[in-house]
Design a protein around this ligand. Structure first.
Ligand code: ATP
Length: 791
């Protein structure tokens, strides 16, 4: 049956080699009761463990049924332990939280028998050892003698060929010892029983053969086997713990340690609750924002401005004198303006707002918008006085004239969108403001046209500009008629007279403004901006002026005498009504419309503001505006600004910020959960060392052990997830109450049911991940070390 050929086994402890077995050669019959005697440390247990496949020898071979085990894999050894060997230990090694029946069934649980067969076999074994009546009890209610009977039943249940018993009566009184020995003799009568004992009387009474060990060697064998062993097939059925078994073991462990498991679940669920609350806030805020977009932002207008300023500055300049970005930042704190060449590093785009475009806007479906407003701008006749007192006509095309709206949505436009750097916001229709760029800079052309004296790149103090006056001259004074033509009398004497006349309107720079940093709705180009009121007053007067009336009735330019260009001739002159002033009308070919607008007869829309009815109409309007630009050359496109998108971008970036912070929190929570689960699973493993080792002795594979812990972790993960989600729903009530107090938004935190389900799955995954390494550690626990320490 069994043969040991020259078996050597040694251990290295503290640097020295300890020989446990020193060349053991023994043969065993298929059926005999062998007792192993020997002093402590003589190698008896090591010998038993090698036969039982719990330890491997260093040298030699264990032959089973004539077959060498040298090539056995771990899996072969597991099957061998489960099907061929039954173990009985001095301290019984029962699993305390399982019933007697379940303890016995554990050994058959790894076989491929049906549930009923396993049950029947276990009951039959318990019946044989006379303990069937207690099978529903756990081991804690049994006497030592009864516990050993259970252990015998467990060793018997698989009907193994070999029974290995390590001092089975070591913990029993003499009466119980005799009972147990009688029982063993009876139930194992046709098997090979190898029993280690310290008791020579028992050995003599029950054994058919006594082998005595000393210092790892056999010194006596009362009934050695001489003949050769016949070769037989060893049946090594594959062992595998069924899912139902690992589920049962896990459930038993959980229900047995209710309080511990409850705290375990509670701690893990706090992490899940944290993540659930974070998700609910992110999701809730996201929804609130999109509702806000639909409800509120829909009312934000689409703005088509003469100057499309998207605030992109290329600060890398080829000009050596140009300021670096850091220097530019310093400008902001100064009470001064910095002259610069805008062409070099500015990407302002000038929209060509033509009659055709205005008509296109007018043709838009009226149902899409609630209102369209046109901010007017007009070419004014303005005189300036240089520092040396010389009067001249101001080139309005160079100063970027624009008009600012009085009211804009829910407040004063300038106050809302511009910082006052110096002076005061306009209070009168004749007050004008100077708009600088975000670095306090102003284009040289504007400064030159305004008649400001400065040297090179030297800064200009604000007080030099604020208070500066200009004179607006109405058409009837500005143009003199001669026959069928009009001309500007630009003699020094006449300009002086006009400048000082009482009809001249004095306009003065009252303040210097800069776009608010966070506000992208500020659309005024840098330069001079005047009130809409002044603009309307001027247009009204111009329309009544003689030159305009004359021009309206003439087919030629009343100043130059030239014929007009057609609306769009071969040279591609566009009938653009903005951006043409009287000086350019004189110097180049213009259309009649352009001439009239340069005379101030028609207003030039410097800004068209469209207020969409709702969010969907806004998209339709945008589509309509985009359609105009389709197939147009780059410089002919009219660019618009969707202010709601600007605000939306702002809220999206705020949301992004909040999300990142919350995700960091969620990650920390996740990590803490993971570490907690790791620690708790590890603690559970330490606690369940006995169970793990017994399962291994009974033939469970390492994989089965991992699966056992994984099953338990899945159950805990699931319960933690459910509890975490439930607590999150509970916490959401006070949290929403608090958030409503702070933000005025009701029911911010919402957790959709599908997210809750995903969180439960995440919880299972967390516990699986957190418990994976401890489960692996558990599966690698050496049952031999445990048994040696326990016995
Ligand atoms: N895991 C181990 N590591 C180191 N040394 C070991 C280990 N297992 C056994 N030994 C040593 O090997 C020798 C044989 O030990 P073994 O337990 O087999 O003896 P034993 O006869 O069963 O003793 P006892 O009756 O006290 O259980 C002893 O000297 C022991 O210290």
């Amino acid at each position: 049956m069994l043969q040991l050929k020259n078996i050597y086994k040694s251990y290295i402890t503290g640097g020295s080699r300890q020989i446990a077995l020193d060349g053991i050669n023994l043969k065993f019959r298929e059926s005999e009761f062998v007792t192993i005697l020997g002093a402590s440390g003589s190698g008896k247990t090591t010998f038993l463990n090698i036969i039982g496949g719990l330890e491997r020898c260093d040298k030699g071979d264990l032959i089973i049924n004539g077959k060498s085990t040298k090539e056995f894999s771990d899996s072969n050894w597991d099957s061998y332990r489960n099907t061929t060997v039954g173990f009985i230990f001095k301290n019984y090694n029962l699993i305390p939280h399982l019933s007697i029946l379940e303890n016995v069934k554990l050994a058959v649980s790894l076989n491929c028998l049906s549930k009923q067969e396993k049950q029947d076999k276990a009951i039959e074994a318990l019946n044989k050892v006379g303990i069937k009546d207690y099978m529903r009890k756990t081991s804690e209610y049994l006497s030592k003698d009864e516990m050993q009977r259970v252990a015998i039943a467990r060793a018997l249940v698989n009907n193994p060929k070999i029974i290995l018993a390590d001092e089975p009566t070591g913990n029993l009184d003499s009466k119980s010892s005799i009972e147990i020995m009688d029982l063993m003799k009876e139930v194992f009568k046709d098997k090979l029983v190898i029993m280690v004992t310290q008791n020579p009387i028992i050995a003599k009474k029950y054994a058919t053969r006594i082998i005595t060990f000393r210092d790892g060697e056999v010194i006596e064998d009362t009934n050695p086997l001489k003949e050769e062993l016949s070769q037989k097939e060893i049946c090594l059925n594959k062992t595998k713990m069924k899912v139902s078994m690992s589920m049962k073991l896990a459930m038993r462990d959980i229900s047995n340690k209710k309080l511990r498991t409850f705290f375990y679940i509670l701690i893990s669920s706090i992490g899940i609750m944290g993540i659930a609350l974070i998700i609910s806030v992110i999701q809730g805020f996201g929804e609130k924002i999109s509702n806000y977009e639909n409800d509120t932002l829909a009312n934000y207008p689409i703005v088509i401005n003469k100057v499309y300023n998207n605030f992109i500055y290329n600060t890398k300049s080829s000009n050596k004198n140009a300021q670096t970005e850091d220097e530019l930042d310093l400008n902001k704190d100064e009470d001064a303006i910095y002259p610069y060449d805008s062409n070099e590093n500015n990407t302002e785009y000038k929209n060509k707002i033509t009659q055709e475009y205005i008509q296109y806007i007018k043709n838009m479906d009226n149902d899409l918008f609630s209102a369209i407003s046109y901010e007017s701008q007009v070419n004014m006749n303005i005189l300036k006085k240089d520092e040396d007192g010389k009067i001249s006509v101001l080139d309005t095309s160079s100063v970027n004239l624009s008009s600012y709206p009085e009211d804009y949505g829910d407040g004063k436009y300038l106050e809302k969108n511009y910082d006052l750097l110096y002076g005061y916001y306009p209070t009168d229709k004749n007050d004008i403001v100077l708009v600088v760029d975000e670095y306090n800079r102003l284009d040289r052309n504007i400064l030159n046209a305004l008649g400001i004296n400065y040297k090179g790149n030297e800064k200009i103090e604000f007080d030099k500009l604020v208070g500066k006056e200009y004179k607006v001259i109405l058409n009837n004074q500005f143009y003199e008629k001669q026959g069928n033509y009009f001309y500007i009398n630009s003699s020094e004497e006449n300009l002086n007279k006009l400048y000082n006349s009482k009809e001249a309107i004095t306009i003065s720079i009252t303040g210097i403004l800069r776009s608010k940093k966070s506000n992208n709705l500020s659309d005024l180009p840098q330069g001079i901006s005047y009130s809409n009121e002044l603009c309307n007053y001027y247009i009204e007067d111009c329309q009544k002026s003689e030159i305009v009336k004359y021009q309206q009735n003439s087919d030629y330019n009343v100043i130059t005498g030239q014929t007009f260009k057609s609306k769009k001739d071969k040279e591609g002159i566009i009938d653009e009504i903005s951006g043409v002033n009287i000086l350019s009308s004189i110097n180049q070919s213009v259309t009649k419309n352009q001439m009239l607008s340069s005379l101030g007869a028609s207003f030039l829309p410097s800004c068209i503001t469209i207020y969409p009815k709702d969010f969907e109409s806004k998209n339709d309007i945008i589509e309509y505006l985009d359609k105009y630009n389709k197939n147009k050359a780059e410089d002919e496109k009219v660019l618009y600004k969707d202010t709601s998108t600007t605000i939306n971008k702002l809220s999206t970036s705020i949301m992004k910020g909040i999300t990142i912070v919350l995700i960091v929190f969620a990650s920390i929570t996740f990590l803490i959960s993971l570490i907690t689960i790791f620690i708790l699973t590890y603690a559970s493993i330490l606690e369940r060392k006995r169970e793990v080792c017994i399962l291994r002795v009974l033939g469970s594979k390492k994989r089965d052990i991992v699966r056992l812990f994984n099953t338990e972790n899945i159950i805990i993960g699931f319960l933690s997830g459910v509890l975490g989600v439930f607590m999150a729903y509970l916490f959401m009530v006070p949290m929403n109450f608090m958030l409503e107090k702070i933000t005025d938004l009701a029911d911010i935190a919402v957790l959709k049911i599908e997210y809750a389900l995903v969180l439960i799955i995440i919880s299972i995954l967390i516990t699986l991940i957190g418990g994976f390494i401890p489960a692996k550690i558990a599966s690698r626990k050496d049952p031999v070390k445990f048994l040696k320490n326990e016995n």
